[in-house]
Design a protein around this ligand. Structure first.
Ligand SMILES: Nc1nc2c(ncn2[C@@H]2O[C@H](COP(=O)(O)OP(=O)(O)O)[C@@H](O)[C@H]2O)c(=O)[nH]1
Ligand SMILES: [Mg+2]
Length: 516
C-alpha cells in the first residue's frame, strides 16, 4: 500500500507552555492554530487548534495543537483523546518542565506510545543538555532539533514523523470495521448551512447522506455534508478530523462531549463502568470511595471509585459517559488537580457490584476478548445502598444540560434556560440541583449556572490575565473576554468564593500560586 493511500492518522502536540508547539505547527503547516483574539494577543493557546499536515511520503495527518498552561490540562486531555501519535515539544532553553511530564502521563494513560520529540527553539539554549534529559524521560524515541524561527530541522522532523507513521496502519478501512463513532469537540451554526459539529473520527466511516444518532440524548440526524479539513468529501475515515453538517438537530442540541455514531453501534450512555487501571509511578493507589474526574473522549465526569482488586475497579459516574470496551480513559484528582493515571474500559455497562473473586474472574475473561454472559441481577446489599442519584437523568434534565453547554461562556439566566428546555418553573430548582450533583452544572451566581468545562475555561482565562497584570477588575474582564459586565461580575465573585482570587477594593488578585 502506498503511503498516500495509507490510512490517515491524527497527531497531537504535547508539552509545557511556551515551548514552541504552536509556532512549530505554524512552521510545518502554514496555519496559525491560535484563533482566539486573546490567544493571538497574549501568545498563549487556550483552545484546541487544528491543521492538516501532509508528510513527504504523502501520508495525511490531522494535527491537534493543545494548550500547555497548567490550567488547561483538561482541554489538553480532550484534544489528546483519539490521537494516534504525539509530537512532544521540549524547549532547548527550558528543558523538561511540569506540563512536559503531565502531558506525557496523559499520553501514557491514553495508550499513545508512539511519536517524536521536537527539541524546539534549538537556535537558543543548550539543545545537547536537554536532549540528554529527554532521552532519560523517553528512551528510544527519536529526538529532532528544530527552530521554527530559523526554519531549521523541519525536514528532519517530517522525515522522523514519516518513519513513525509508516509503522502505524491507522484505524481506517479493515482496521476499523463496524459503526462509526465521533467524539464532538465543537458545535456551531453557519448562516445558510445550519448545524455543524467537528471532532476526531475514532472508528468507522461517515458518509454524506447517512443517518446518525447523537448520544447521550439519543437524537437522530442526517449528515447533509461531510468535510475533512475544510474540503468536502463523500466519506471520512477513522483517524481524520471531520466536520459534519447535520440536518434534523439544532446546534444547541449538540456540543463538546457528545458522541455521533452510525446506527447499529452498541454505544449507550452509562453511569457505571468496570475497568483496569494503571497508575502513574509514585501515585497513591486508588481507594474505595475516592472521588476522581474521569476523562473519556471529549467528555468528563466525576466518579466514585470502588476497587475490585487486581488493578480493577468499578467507576460510579455522576454524569454519563459513552464508553466502549477497550477505550482509554484518563483519571485526574480534583484538588489539587493532578493526573493520576489511565484506565481501559472492560465492561461499559456492568451491574452495580463490589469486589469478589467471581467479579475479577469475569472481567479477566472479558478483557481477554471472551464473550461473557451479562451479570445476573443481584439484590443490593447494605454495603451498596440505593442512592436517589443513581437513577438516570430524565430527558428534561439532559435537555437543560445540553442548552447550558451550548450557551457556553454566556449562559442564559436559570429561568430562561428552564423555559427553553421545557422544564416546569416549579421543578427548575430541583433540576438544577440534580445537574450540579451530576457534575453537569456549576452555580456561579443567583439565577446563573454554567457548563463546568466552559466555566473552567473562563476561570483559566481570568487567571492568565491575573498572572500577567497582577490584578483584574470587572471592567478588565468584561473587555478582555468580550462579554457583558454582568457575566464579568459573576465570574469574579465566583472566583472569590472559590478562593482562587480575593477582592481588594475594586480589584481582585490571585490568592496564592500553587507550587509549579
Ligand atoms: N527563539 C525562538 N523562539 C521561538 C521559537 N519557536 C517559538 N518561539 C517563541 O516562543 C514563544 C512561545 O511559542 P508558542 O509556539 O506560542 O509556544 P506554545 O505555548 O508551546 O504553543 C513565542 O514567543 C515564540 O515566538 C524558535 O524556534 N526560536
Ligand atoms: Mg500554543
Amino acid at each position: 500500500m502506498s503511503a498516500a493511500a495509507a490510512a490517515p492518522l491524527t497527531l497531537g502536540t504535547a508539552g509545557h507552555i511556551d515551548h514552541g508547539k504552536t509556532a512549530l505547527i505554524g512552521a510545518l503547516t502554514g496555519k496559525d492554530t491560535d484563533r482566539l483574539p486573546e490567544e493571538r494577543k497574549r501568545g498563549i493557546s487556550i483552545e484546541l487548534g487544528y491543521a492538516p499536515l501532509r508528510l513527504p511520503s504523502g501520508r495525511n495527518l490531522s494535527v491537534v495543537d493543545v494548550p500547555g498552561h497548567e490550567r488547561f490540562v483538561r482541554t489538553m486531555v480532550a484534544g489528546a483523546s483519539g490521537i494516534d501519535l504525539h509530537l512532544l515539544c521540549v524547549a532547548a532553553d527550558d528543558g523538561v518542565m511540569p506540563q512536559t511530564r503531565e502531558h506525557l502521563e496523559v499520553l501514557r494513560a491514553l495508550g499513545v506510545d508512539r511519536g517524536v520529540v521536537a527539541l524546539t527553539k534549538a537556535d537558543t539554549g543548550a539543545p545537547d543538555l536537554v536532549a540528554e534529559e529527554v532521552a532519560e524521560l523517553l528512551p528510544g524515541v527519536e529526538v529532532v532539533e528544530v527552530s521554527a524561527l530559523r526554519r531549521t530541522g523541519l525536514d528532519e522532523l517530517l522525515a522522523a514523523l514519516d518513519r513513525v507513521a509508516a509503522a502505524m496502519p491507522g484505524r481506517g478501512g479493515s482496521a476499523s470495521p463496524g459503526p462509526a463513532r465521533l467524539h464532538v469537540d465543537r458545535s456551531f451554526t453557519l448562516r445558510g448551512i445550519g448545524t455543524v459539529v467537528t471532532g476526531t473520527l475514532w472508528t468507522g466511516v461517515l458518509s454524506r447522506g447517512d443517518a446518525v444518532e447523537i448520544f447521550p440524548r439519543g437524537l437522530s440526524a442526517r449528515m447533509r455534508s461531510v468535510q475533512v479539513h475544510d474540503e468536502p468529501v463523500e466519506s471520512a475515515a477513522a483517524g481524520q478530523r471531520v466536520a459534519l453538517n447535520l440536518a434534523g438537530v439544532g446546534w444547541r442540541d449538540v456540543g463538546r462531549g457528545d458522541v455521533v455514531c452510525t446506527p447499529g453501534s452498541k454505544l449507550r450512555p452509562s453511569y457505571l463502568l468496570d475497568a483496569e487501571f494503571e497508575l502513574r509511578p509514585g501515585a497513591e493507589p486508588l481507594r474505595s470511595g475516592e472521588r476522581l474526574h474521569v476523562h473519556h473522549g471529549t467528555r468528563e465526569a466525576p466518579a466514585r471509585v470502588v476497587t475490585l482488586g487486581a488493578g480493577l475497579a468499578q467507576l460510579r459516574l455522576e454524569a454519563p459517559l459513552m464508553p466502549a470496551p477497550g477505550d482509554r480513559m484518563v483519571l485526574r484528582r480534583i484538588a489539587p488537580p493532578d493526573t493520576v493515571g489511565g484506565g481501559t474500559v472492560i465492561d461499559p455497562s456492568p451491574r452495580k457490584h463490589g469486589p469478589g473473586e467471581a467479579v475479577v474472574e469475569r472481567l479477566r475473561r472479558m478483557a481477554g476478548g471472551e464473550a461473557v454472559e451479562p451479570e445476573p441481577q443481584r439484590a443490593r446489599t447494605t454495603a451498596e445502598p440505593a442512592q436517589p442519584d443513581d437513577a438516570p437523568l430524565g430527558d428534561d434534565v439532559l435537555a437543560l444540560a445540553a442548552l447550558l453547554r451550548a450557551d457556553g461562556a454566556e449562559p442564559r439566566a436559570d429561568g430562561e434556560l428552564a423555559a427553553a428546555a421545557g422544564v416546569e418553573a416549579t421543578s427548575a430548582a430541583r433540576a438544577f440541583a440534580r445537574l450540579e450533583r451530576a457534575g453537569l452544572a456549576v452555580r456561579a451566581a443567583r439565577n446563573l449556572h454554567y457548563d463546568p468545562p466552559a466555566l473552567a475555561a473562563l476561570e483559566a482565562r481570568i487567571v492568565v490575565i491575573c498572572e500577567r497584570d497582577g490584578v483584574v477588575t470587572i471592567a478588565g474582564v468584561r473587555d478582555e473576554l468580550d462579554t457583558s459586565r454582568r457575566y464579568a461580575q459573576a465570574l469574579l465573585e465566583h472566583l472569590d468564593a472559590q478562593k482562587v482570587t480575593v477582592r481588594r477594593g475594586d480589584t481582585h488578585v490571585l490568592r496564592s500560586r500553587r507550587p509549579g
